[in-house]
Design a protein around this ligand. Structure first.
Ligand code: RNT
Ligand code: ZN
Length: 422
């Protein structure tokens, strides 16, 4: 045993005893944490550009800012970068792809013509890395979405184009799920909405509902495909009206028993998605989360171990919701090293989940007794229990670097590989 692993073990034993004294079994927490896959979004690696030959500028009311060098330019580079990240993130995870990330080579393949074959190299890679995959139609950054409408478009031929795209993503996702033996979540998010006050809020929603009905017509086994719908309050250029609002998709998801996707940046700043988990899971079969860090708006900053992230983790554990919730990440920061962004964000949500899994039962018991003082004291106390030593132990058991040890490896990769992409 090396000196450092000796001290990790020593600190872990002390932490284990401290947690045992408040009735928490750290071994159980470690096992549960290891079983939670995080769906890591591939689009942090290239600023949501994708690999289509006709490269379209990012649109749809989302924005990436920053000019750090080293963005991946093709599927091989993106996969190489993801491997650097995956090797420094404890646990077994998934990679979340958008339809624009197909291995298209030099071919011009439009969105209504994508096929499973374009994603075969991802499936082979996922198998070799022992990761699962998730999927998304890309209904933005395209001439057919230039006026801000897709599945709710008034023009039937534009709508048909996007319906076809979404239908194809469902069969691709389903086939990936079959190949990898693990259901793929296919999440539909559309940018549809308007900058200024619409005269008719109803018609686009009726059309969106009809488009979704058509998209979901063909059945796919749940063991291969899970359909999710992502709502939003506003976007850049859709400040006055978003067709796919929370109420719209909540209603649709309940009626058709689809997954609802809650993105941490898609609500009013004082509204927490943590508070929505228990309600929504009463009525939909499963939930997809886009854990993100909105700063003043839906800015998609790198996820940190902050209060909103901790609140999400606590709710997932306290509501026993983990087995019905797919925890995904959604942020894109081009101002820092993109691989570091992946590692930091994923490690942060995992830390939050660990802290939540290590919660002393006294928090709940105090509430059940009606002792609100004790509840508050324990909620505050759990933050300073020695969870960091349990986290180090987790990293060691999972064979990934402890603390910031991973950063020097990423720096080396940055100067050897990423700097060549300037
Ligand atoms: C946009 C949504 C959506 C996208 C990704 C790229 O506001 O959050 O999830 O960020 O699909
Ligand atoms: Zn999102």
């Amino acid at each position: 045993m090396s000196k450092s692993s000796h001290s990790v073990e020593l600190a872990y034993r002390m932490a284990r005893d401290r947690y045992a004294s408040v009735g928490v079994d750290t071994e159980v927490a470690l096992e549960r944490l290891a079983s939670i896959p995080i769906s890591i979004h591939c689009w942090q690696g290239d600023d949501v550009r994708g690999f289509e030959t006709s490269s379209n500028a990012l649109s749809g009311g989302i924005a990436v800012t920053g000019s750090h060098f080293g963005a991946a330019r093709n599927a091989d580079e993106l996969r190489a970068d993801l491997e650097v990240a995956l090797n420094r993130i404890p646990g077994s995870h998934r990679i979340n792809l958008h339809a624009i990330y197909g291995d298209f080579g030099d071919a011009k393949v439009d969105r209504d013509a994508i096929e499973f074959e374009h994603f075969r190299s991802w499936v082979d890679w996922a198998r070799s890395q022992e990761v699962g995959l998730d999927f998304n139609p890309t209904c933005f950054s395209h001439p057919q979405s230039a006026d801000g409408f897709t599945l709710s478009h008034a023009n039937p031929s534009v709508r048909a184009f996007w319906i076809e795209h979404c239908i194809r993503t469902r069969s691709i996702a389903s086939q990936i799920g079959a190949e990898l033996g693990s259901a793929v979540v296919n999440n539909i998010w559309i940018p549809d909405g308007s900058k200024d006050l619409p005269a008719n809020r109803l018609e686009p929603r009726l059309r969106l509902s009809d488009s979704l009905d058509q998209i979901f017509q063909s059945p796919h086994p749940e063991s291969h495909l899970l359909d999710a719908l992502e709502c939003k309050l506003f976007g850049l250029g859709s400040e006055a009206y978003v067709v796919g609002s929370h109420e719209f998709y909540l209603g649709y998801a309940i009626k058709h028993q689809k997954l609802l996707c809650l993105d941490a940046g898609h609500f009013h700043p004082t509204e927490s998605i943590a508070d929505k988990i228990s309600s929504v899971l009463m009525f939909v079969p499963r939930l997809l989360l886009h854990v993100s860090r909105p700063m003043r708006w839906d800015s998609d900053h790198v996820v940190l171990l902050d209060d909103p992230t901790l609140a999400i983790a606590h709710e997932l554990v306290r509501c026993n919701a983990l087995h019905r919730t797919h925890v995904g990440l959604d942020y894109f920061d081009a101002s820092i090293n993109r691989i570091a962004a992946w590692i930091l964000g994923t490690r942060s949500i995992l830390k939050a989940l660990l802290i939540a899994l290590l919660e002393p039962a006294e928090v709940r018991l105090a509430e059940e007794r009606g002792d609100l003082t004790a509840r508050l004291l324990w909620m505050e106390e759990l933050k300073s229990l020695p969870w960091t030593h349990v986290w180090d132990k987790f990293c060691e058991v999972q064979n990934v670097p402890i603390g910031l040890e991973w950063w020097s490896d990423v720096q080396e990769y940055e100067s050897d590989v990423l700097s060549q992409r300037r």
